[in-house]
Design a protein around this ligand. Structure first.
Ligand code: HEC
Length: 278
């Protein structure tokens, strides 16, 4: 019994250690901006402009964005395009049937994607989303023309590509050959997605399978602003998955202050009660 318990606890710790996505590509850490209202507003703008075409966020109402400091007027002017009202849910115009036809799969609802991804990909899911949105690459072998490092053969095209600019990619994968032995596969994708593959056998290798990747931005000026936008968008998706988190943290501070004050009162009261007893 005790042994089993220890085993379970050990397993729990083992599972929280390192996070790698399905593709074996390690996740990068997303900047934490969930308390940054300007970042959340920028994230909301990007989300409505670039993601809502395909994804819904059906547990989110537009007027919930008041919580990140937007007025009804701002929401109306900047975020509503096709006759929605501020009280509407963030639905999507595309039907699931069309989506399936176009992308081979239905884009998931993004309301709680950050929490959904936190189950097996990092403590908040933010790291997954942040890395996912920064690791698209051109690949002529794919119907959409795009592929992704953390989600190999993804059905989603790189909808933010204009913000990121063209890139080249070199991947180096170490993997075991089915007949035994190991090989190193180096693949270079040019900015159009044409791949060149070089395979070399590696003798006496005793490591494990790895995937390394290196992007080369052809428009380096865009890199910083793109990463910044993706960090904001990731923060927005994290906030949307748990909109109460801002309030909860603020409330926590007040509760602690109150308890501190109460402690002071109790301490002084205690002293004055016992003053004459001695
Ligand atoms: C052109 C349609 C389209 C647009 C626009 C789009 N997506 Fe997607 N997205 C998809 C499809 C299709 C999938 C499902 C991919 C699959 O399962 O292969 C998906 C999947 C995802 C996933 C889940 C990935 C996973 O690991 O399960 C996330 C996160 C995501 N999209 C985020 C976004 C964000 C953020 C935006 C806005 C910047 C966006 N998407 C815009 C079509 C789209």
């Amino acid at each position: 019994m005790i042994k089993k318990l220890i085993g379970a606890v050990a397993l729990m710790f083992a599972c929280t250690g390192a996070y790698a996505a399905e593709g074996g590509y390690p996740l990068e850490t997303a900047p934490n901006r969930v308390n940054d209202v300007a970042a959340l507003q920028n994230g909301a703008k990007l989300f409505v402009n670039y993601c809502l075409n395909c994804h819904s966020a059906s547990s989110m109402r537009y007027n919930k964005l008041q919580d990140i400091g937007l007025t009804d007027e701002q929401i109306k002017e900047n975020l509503l395009f096709t006759g929605e009202k501020v009280g509407d849910l963030m639905h999507v115009a595309m039907t699931p049937q069309d989506a399936k036809k176009w992308f081979g799969t239905t884009p998931p609802d993004l309301s709680v994607i950050a929490r959904a991804k936190s189950i097996n990909a990092g403590p908040t899911g933010a790291d997954y989303i942040y890395t996912y949105l920064r690791t698209f690459y051109r690949d002529t072998a794919r119907a959409t023309g795009w592929n992704n490092l953390v989600f190999p053969n993804v059905g989603m095209p790189h909808v933010l590509w204009e913000l990121q600019g063209p890139r080249e990619l070199t991947t180096v994968a170490m993997h075991e050959v089915s007949g035994g032995g190991w090989e190193r596969v180096t693949t270079t994708y040019d900015s159009q997605g044409y791949a060149q593959v070089k395979t070399e056998p590696v003798a006496n290798f005793h490591g494990h399978a790895t995937l390394e990747a290196k992007f080369k931005a052809l428009d380096p000026a865009k890199v910083a602003s793109y990463d910044n936008d993706v960090a904001d968008l990731t923060a927005f998706l994290s906030w949307m998955a748990e909109p109460q988190q801002l309030f909860r943290k603020q409330l926590g501070v007040w509760v602690l202050l109150f308890l501190g004050l109460f402690l002071l009162v109790a301490w002084r009261l205690n002293a004055s009660y016992w003053k004459h007893v001695r």
